[in-house]
Ligand binder design. Structure first.
Ligand code: UDP
Length: 369
């Protein structure tokens, strides 16, 4: 056979796996359905701005091994994610911290904030059973109502009482004046864009774009000893047990002839009525400057609309509730029997992975080979 590995999907998982395989002297062929590499971390250049075409990606990790690895392929800037929440024109700092509590309740000291939260969380006794209870337990009802409920229901298209508690555990709560959204030791945006970073990972690999693996699976399978499949696991099995649910996202992207639209990379619209969940102003991921360090006179914004995935859409987020978890386990059992195929990444493993977890998973998986 011509290749040791056929890698289906040129996103982060596929690219890291390909890099490791090549460095170990393996022959790889990477294919992707789309006309570009980098999967959903793809960035494209518009007037000197790296536009995150499939949604904002902010790299963050506590894993030293992952950080040391990925910084071989890109230099990272000092971007720190601190989104602003817009609730009907009131602006709040995220994640939940002293600035947020001051704006919400007029409290000034951490002690006052803690007392306010303690009073409101009493409402929930016992282990939180869903996202609503978890949120109130974490920060109380006021913040839940203004900053969590509407946003979460828009993003997931489900009632907060039907969503798992773990989703909200991603968000830190702090009694300090710290607007850093992530509790991560390392954070930043790859200078030059994610696409270049992935191109660097794939350096030396044979890459074929615009190739649909599932449309002609036997022909592709015949090319390699093993397959790394990073597409949706249910699609691989032709949805034979039924379709897993995903959330999809649609972007309305505009180039505006002004230098500054919202003064921040991300503004979340946390009320229920505004139809988009957030607006991303891409230039602020790189401090408004292009690759040569010049200020960019225009700006690109993307309004993000969340929707239930249907065939033909791009899947973005697995819906990790009980029903889908159980169905995934059945697909997982089928996958175990495909002894020559590795299922990897957010779609292949149906997991709400962050980028650093994807990298770690791909490194571990290749090591296990
Ligand atoms: N969230 C929220 N309000 C916000 C931002 C986030 O309630 O302003 C909740 C929401 O439930 C969301 C979760 O936190 O699903 C995780 O949000 P994050 O922005 O980390 O998710 P991403 O889409 O960036 O992966």
């Amino acid at each position: 056979m011509k290749y040791d590995y056929l890698i289906v999907g040129a996103g982060l998982y596929g690219a890291v796996f390909a890099r490791q395989a090549m460095d170990a002297g393996k022959r790889v062929l990477v294919i992707d359905k789309r006309g570009h590499v980098a999967g959903n971390v793809y960035t494209e250049d518009v007037e000197g701005i790296h536009v995150h075409r499939y949604g904002a990606h902010i790299f963050h990790t506590n894993d030293r091994r992952v950080w040391d690895y990925i910084t071989r392929f890109a230099e990272f800037n000092r971007f720190t994610n601190s989104p602003v929440a817009n609730y009907k024109g009131e602006l709040y700092s995220l994640p939940f911290n002293m600035y947020t509590f001051n704006r919400m309740w007029g409290v000034v000291t951490p002690e006052e904030a803690a007392a306010k939260i303690a009073g409101q969380r009493l409402e929930i006794t016992g282990e939180p059973r869903n996202l609503e209870e978890q949120a109130i337990r974490l920060v109380g009802r006021d913040i839940y109502e203004k900053l969590i409920k509407g946003y979460t229901e828009k993003q997931w298209g489900r009632d907060c009482r039907e969503l798992p508690a773990f989703i909200i555990k991603r968000l830190p709560v702090r009694l300090t004046f710290d607007n850093n959204y992530f509790n991560a030791l390392y954070q930043g945006i790859p200078m030059g864009g994610y696409t270049r970073m992935v191109e660097n990972l794939l350096h030396g690999a044979e890459v074929r774009l615009g190739c649909d693996y599932l449309a002609d699976k036997p022909r592709w399978d015949a090319l390699a000893a093993r397959v790394v499949y990073t597409g949706p696991i249910d699609a691989y099995f032709d949805y034979r047990l039924g379709a897993l649910q995903y959330r999809s996202v649609r972007f309305e992207t505009e180039l505006l002839d002004i230098p500054n639209f919202q003064g921040n990379a991300a503004v979340n619209y946390t009320d229920r009525e505004t139809p988009w969940t957030r607006i991303i102003e891409h230039k602020w991921f790189e401090f408004g400057r292009d690759d040569r360090g010049s200020d960019i006179p225009v700006t690109v914004i993307s309004r993000e609309y969340s929707s239930e995935w249907k065939p033909g859409d791009e899947p973005y987020y697995p819906v990790n509730d009980q029903k889908n978890g159980a169905l995934y386990q059945q697909y997982r059992a089928l996958a175990e029997r495909e002894t020559n195929v590795i299922f990897g990444g957010r779609l292949g493993e149906y997991r709400y992975y962050d980028m650093d977890q994807v990298i770690a998973a791909a490194l571990d998986r290749f090591e296990a080979e």
